[in-house]
Design a protein. Structure first.
Length: 83
């Protein structure tokens, strides 16, 4: 059950990502950030810009919400001596 659900969700996310990338690519025209700049945005660069934005949001969420797993305080000593 879970294996099939994993693939179904994976395919749906891939389709949604493709549609979002195409929508963003069609919404903005390709051109330099400022006149004479060697950095370009818009057109087929937009899906990559969108991916960078998603990555940055994910990094912020991980930094805020992810708690470190230190385990039990006395388990390391017990594991080393039980051996």
């Amino acid at each position: 059950y879970m294996f099939g659900m994993m693939f179904q969700v994976m395919y749906l996310v891939a389709i949604a990502s493709g549609l979002a990338g195409q929508t963003v690519a069609d919404a903005f025209t390709f051109g330099p950030i400022s006149p004479g700049s060697s950095f370009y945005t818009g057109g087929y660069c937009c899906p990559f810009d969108l991916a960078i934005g998603c990555l940055l949001v994910g990094i912020v969420l991980i930094m805020i919400l992810w708690e470190e797993n230190y385990g039990n305080q006395g388990s390391a000593e017990a594991d080393a001596t039980s051996g």
